[in-house]
Design a protein around this ligand. Structure first.
Ligand SMILES: Cc1cc2nc3c(=O)[nH]c(=O)nc-3n(C[C@H](O)[C@H](O)[C@H](O)COP(=O)(O)OP(=O)(O)OC[C@H]3O[C@@H](n4cnc5c(N)ncnc54)[C@H](O)[C@@H]3O)c2cc1C
Length: 288
């Protein structure tokens, strides 16, 4: 299928992007930001959306940096998945994101898709929103009233729904830089490598003696947003992780997935336990 006709405007400034969204949002003339286009163009081609204007933000300078700023890793919205995958800074200071990157689509998709686009699109089966939740990160957005920061826990509101307003441009994401005590784990199950996951788990924790503290388990593909399994997090925290503690954490998994095109709810619940077992093992490995 071909998309419905639309106008195209390439903008070179954040202010202009916000102004253009203001002129068009909420009216019959609907506008959408275009970043990597790897999700947006597919929805246009399938006629799932038919905006009258695409505002191309790829020419806005300063949104493609990756930096460790005093213990916080900041990643610009226009950083491509492939750029993040190759980044030394992300490998060293945001190892959970580094582990997740190769699972996002295929190389061609990662060459164009952006981190900002993935977070803004908020697909419930996507890797990066779950990583942002597991790392307790935050998002910067600029809108008509200026810049604001939104905590990951307040950002993902529902199915493809975020705290971004119709005139907001996501400009960066931030996550705490890993320390020597940081432990991360990532696993997903997909029918073929590169497909959206049936279910996945992004996790972080702090090494604490022989056990773990501050465990954060963020599942994806099990609800309308990334889902943190709070009871299982508590069950894994404190004390050494032996088979008994792991079994208790799996039993405590408080997930309520629905059947979808990929798997039944019952299968997803079973697979959540399988992933938790794999990821718990990773969380116990010391950083190299
Ligand atoms: C075959 C295929 C397989 C894929 N597999 C996966 C996968 O396994 N895991 C995964 O996570 N993703 C997958 N993707 C999606 C890919 O990761 C996309 O790149 C990503 O979801 C969107 O990023 P984008 O830059 O392409 O955004 P676009 O497609 O340009 O935009 C997506 C949406 O976000 C909005 N948007 C974009 N940037 C901003 C911004 N800065 N501020 C506010 N709103 C913004 C757009 O207006 C649009 O509504 C797949 C895509 C394809 C085609």
């Amino acid at each position: 299928m071909k998309p419905a006709p639309f106008a195209y405007k390439k903008t070179r400034s954040l202010e202009e992007a916000v102004a253009l969204l203001g002129e068009h949002s909420g009216k019959s003339l609907d506008a959408r930001l275009l970043a990597g286009g790897q999700s947006l163009i597919a929805t246009l081609n399938m006629r799932l959306s038919a905006p009258s204007l695409l505002i191309d933000i790829n020419g806005i300078a300063g949104l493609d940096g990756i930096a460790n700023k005093g213990g916080t890793v900041e990643i610009g919205a226009l950083v491509r998945h492939a750029q993040a995958e190759r980044s030394e800074t992300i490998a060293r200071h945001a190892p959970l994101i580094a582990r997740a990157m190769p699972h996002i689509g295929h190389a061609a998709i990662r060459n164009r898709g952006t981190l900002g686009g993935s977070i803004a699109f908020a697909d419930p089966a996507a890797e990066l929103p779950a990583c942002l939740m597991a790392l307790d990160g935050e998002v910067d957005a600029t809108g008509p009233k200026g810049k604001r920061t939104i905590k990951a826990g307040d950002f993902f509101k529902g199915l493809f729904e975020t705290a971004l307003g119709p005139q907001d441009v996501l400009t960066a994401i931030r996550v705490p830089a890993a320390t020597a005590e940081t432990r991360v784990g990532f696993a997903e199950l997909a029918r073929r490598h590169g497909d959206y996951a049936i279910i996945g788990l992004a996790a972080s924790a702090r090494a604490d003696g022989k056990g773990l503290a501050d465990v954060r388990l963020s599942f994806f593909g099990v609800g309308s947003t990334p889902v943190c399994a709070r009871k299982a997090e508590a069950a894994l925290s404190g004390g050494a992780i032996d088979d008994k503690r792991l079994a208790a954490a799996i039993a405590a998994l408080d997930l309520d997935p629905h059947d979808d095109v990929q798997a039944t709810a019952a299968l997803k619940k079973h697979l959540a336990g399988v992933l938790l077992r794999r990821v718990a093992k990773q969380l116990l490995e010391a950083r190299t």
